[in-house]
Design a protein around this ligand. Structure first.
Ligand code: SAM
Ligand code: FES
Length: 347
């Protein structure tokens, strides 16, 4: 890594907090160079299916938390989920991401049924799950039923900060444990965090980077916090786009082989937020494949973009944006260059 090697905490804190435009541009240029070295100019497209907004958790920031008076609840049934996959496949997607709240209605058996139906029809596609914390036994069942990837943002690696954002029954140690378990089972595992959540400090963000270095995940989702109505954090300020971009760039430099999405939350805060993320080292976009009538209901935060367009329109729009930024849209599976556990054991 030419920009900095094994940076100290002070060096990282410097780049986390810098407001100097020239330093930021140097950071982004270095992140772009590293991403090009490992992944070229390709930007991988993933089809996102938001299949339930029921959730048993009560995270203080989240618009679909259990006690939100604003959330109008929905679930897609297996037939509807499969239909989203078919539409996605016709549009060229080779990765389906099934995301939802922690919804106990979707028991292990129901999730495994859905996975096996998708796997039977699409044997070579990547299937990503993002349904929160479950036991090792559940994760193993999902893996054997055909899921290859799992996204579970750790949200913050700072204990005190985690406790300030979650009710007491939620524990950072358990979330981290889930991530190590997923990685151990052989999932391509995604961690990640929000930028600008209430009570976050530069040191919390430093802890995120150090945790990521230890976990070495295959993907890292980084997006700004955006307040959501009906939550305890409803009146809090939004996260900074610039700071989010710096965190994307630092993550690219520290974990050159990881996949980094240009998140919808960035696009929500700034018209060209996703393009800026691509220019800061990101290389994944996740257009929405959820049925149009439920898009607005998966409202994690206020004013979320891409809730009205048809799937085909989302793909067209994102392809144009990616090309206009000088990158190449790729519909291939785009597996992470971080080895999975089985590959590590084979060495
Ligand atoms: N239930 C699954 C889980 O816990 O991983 C997946 C769904 S969860 C809603 C997906 C992500 O949305 C969270 O990990 C969080 O980082 C993000 N999110 C939730 N509320 C948000 C907010 N107000 N602003 C920005 N991102 C938010
Ligand atoms: Fe469960 Fe947000 S509180 S998905």
């Amino acid at each position: 890594m030419s920009f900095f090697n094994a940076p100290t905490d002070d060096e990282l804190l410097h780049y986390i907090t810098t407001g100097d435009p020239q330093e930021m541009e140097e950071l982004f240029a270095a992140a772009r160079a590293v991403r090009e070295e490992y992944y070229g100019l390709d930007v991988y497209f993933r089809g996102l299916i938001e299949f339930t907004n029921y959730c048993k958790n009560d995270c203080f920031y989240c618009g679909i938390r259990r006690s939100s008076p604003c959330a109008q609840r929905y679930r897609l049934d297996p037939r509807q989920i499969l239909e989203c996959c078919r539409i996605g496949d016709r549009l060229g997607f080779r990765t389906f991401v099934l995301q939802g709240g922690e919804d106990p209605w979707f028991t292990d058996d129901r999730i495994c049924l859905i996975l096996s139906l998708i796997r039977r029809e699409f044997p070579r596609h990547a299937i990503t799950l993002s349904i929160g914390e479950r036991s090792r036994e559940s994760y193993e069942k999902f893996f054997h039923a055909g899921a290859n990837r799992y996204l579970l943002r750790h949200e913050t690696a700072d204990e005190t900060h985690y406790s300030a954002m979650h009710p007491p029954e939620m524990k950072l140690s358990e979330r981290k444990e889930c991530l190590y378990t997923l990685r151990d089972i052989g999932f391509q595992t995604g961690a990640g965090f929000m930028v600008g959540t209430p009570f976050q400090s530069p040191e919390s963000l430093l802890a995120d980077l150090r945790f990521l270095q230890d976990l070495e995940p295959h993907m890292v989702g980084i997006g700004p916090f955006i307040p959501a109505e009906g939550t305890p954090f409803a009146g809090c300020p939004t996260g900074s786009v610039d700071l989010t971009l710096r965190m994307v760039a630092l993550t690219r430099l520290l974990l050159p082989r990881t996949l980094l999405p240009a998140t919808t939350a960035l696009g929500t805060l700034s018209g060209d937020g996703r393009e800026q993320a691509l220019m800061a080292g990101a290389n994944v976009v996740m257009p929405n494949l959820s049925p149009q009538n439920v898009r607005k209901l998966y409202s994690l935060y206020d004013n979320k973009i891409c809730t009205g367009d048809e799937a085909a329109e989302c793909v067209r729009c994102m392809s144009l944006r990616v090309r206009a930024t000088g990158f190449v849209p790729s519909m291939s599976r785009g597996d992470s260059k971080v080895p999975v556990t089985a590959e590590l054991l084979a060495v």
